[in-house]
Design a protein around this ligand. Structure first.
Ligand SMILES: *Cc1c(COP(=O)(O)O)cnc(C)c1O
Length: 400
């Protein structure tokens, strides 16, 4: 699953390159850095790898979402549609910018159901944020077709599917923007970090200004003399992260995705022999990055028994239905409107009126799908574990 498994000499060399010039910052110090611009180089390499027009590196995947929303002018008074199976960061970013997240169901890809988008749209809807979950791909072309009917932009949260494709085209390049995370457990890592991909230069420029306190980045003037078009914030990536990103990106296809996919394939063969098992659907199975193997059983009871046997055999699968960080039904802080702010914002207005409330039973189809689903996390190096996992699967199949 994570790029940290293959951190090595290449990363060390890139980082030392930065330390030798003593310039840790992406902007300024043009003389001292002697031509080394790791963050800018990483942006260019990542955009080229994915086939996107523009890329902006930021401090995290959550920041990437936050910056993407700001670049579209989305904020208070607006609603953004996303899915009820994702990491909390997706909706934290929407709430943090002042907008209200509206949750839709997932389909058999375990990503946003394009068929459930239309009924969530209100006059306040301003964007749709599908999440490519667990190394897979959403039915992004259908989601974009729906969004187009309502003239809404799509921001793809691609934090978990970096390097994923659909018939050769990278996920994260279908929508108006795509966001990525390079945190500690993601497919490639820079420690902390993120990226936004853009289809148009206008959004890129707005995002670039917003993520750096509003600096207009006019190359003709010094940094202290740059002008501002609007207020901003600090979501900058630093040079050490850019250096790590360059080394990890060079390894992505060959040393991360290829072994992951092969490991997944080997375990999947064993699962495919069990008639009750249904593998996750995909718009293009060959473009899945192989970081998770998701499968469903006919009933929740069977999923729990299967998981129990695997756990006893020392190979516990992930049961997202019980997970408190990824499934709507267990986001008790969201459902209960828990906030550090005295006013109750963002769940209440400063005047005390309700802004948004969330019903735990609002997504019955998501609940039903997750209750029957088990997930085996795939590592880059797992040769020792694979026979154990396959044996556990064969044992579990006998309790069905
Ligand atoms: C990890 C993750 C993020 C946030 O990334 P950070 O870099 O940890 O801020 C956003 N969305 C999804 C789906 C994620 O899995």
């Amino acid at each position: 699953m994570p790029g940290f498994e293959v951190l090595g000499e290449e990363e060390r060399k890139e980082v030392l390159d930065v330390l030798s010039r003593k310039v840790l910052f992406r902007y300024e110090f043009d003389k001292e850095r002697q031509g080394i611009y790791k963050v800018a180089e990483f942006e260019k390499a990542f955009a080229d790898y994915c086939g996107a027009g523009w890329a902006l590196a930021v401090s995290s995947g959550t920041a990437a979402l936050r910056v993407a929303l700001a670049a579209l002018g989305i904020g208070p008074g607006d609603e953004v549609i996303t899915q009820g199976f994702t990491f909390v960061a997706t909706w934290e970013a929407i709430l943090d910018i002042g907008a209200v997240p509206v949750f839709a169901e997932i389909d058999d890809t375990f990503c946003l159901d394009p068929g459930d988008v239309a009924r969530r749209i209100t006059p306040r809807t301003r964007a749709i944020v599908p999440v490519h979950m667990c190394g897979g791909q959403a039915r992004i072309e259908e989601i974009i077709a729906e969004a187009c009917r309502f003239d809404l932009p799509v921001i793809e949260d691609t934090a978990q599917s970096c390097g994923g494709r659909i018939r050769g085209k990278h996920v994260g390049t279908y929508g108006r923007m795509g966001t990525f995370s390079f945190d500690s457990v993601k497919t490639m890592t820079t420690g902390e970090g993120g990226m936004v991909l853009f289809q148009d230069e206008e959004a890129y420029i707005r995002a670039s200004e917003y993520h750096d306190h509003g600096h207009d980045h006019d190359p003709a003037v010094g940094r202290g003399l740059e002008k501002r078009n609007f207020i901003g914030f600090n979501f900058r990536m630093m040079e050490l992260q850019g250096a790590l990103g360059l080394a990890q990106l060079r390894k992505l296809d060959r040393a991360i995705l290829a072994p992951q996919r092969e490991n997944k394939r080997r375990i999947q063969v064993a699962l495919s022999e069990i008639p009750q098992v249904q593998l996750r659907s995909s718009p293009d199975p060959d473009g899945d990055i192989g970081s998770f193997l998701m499968f469903s059983l006919p009933t929740a009871g069977q999923a729990r028994s299967f998981a129990q046997v695997m756990k006893e055999a020392g190979c516990p699968p992930v049961y997202w239905y019980d997970n408190t960080w990824h499934y709507y039904g267990h986001w008790e802080h969201l459902l209960g409107g828990k906030t550090p702010f005295r006013s109750g914002y963002p769940f209440r207005t400063p005047e005390g009126a309700t802004r948004c409330t969330y019903d735990p039973d609002a997504l019955p189809r998501t609940a039903e799908r997750l209750s029957r689903c088990l997930t085996i996390p795939i590592q880059i190096r797992m040769d020792d574990q694979i026979p154990k996992i396959i044996a556990a699967i064969e044992k579990a199949a006998r309790v069905l």
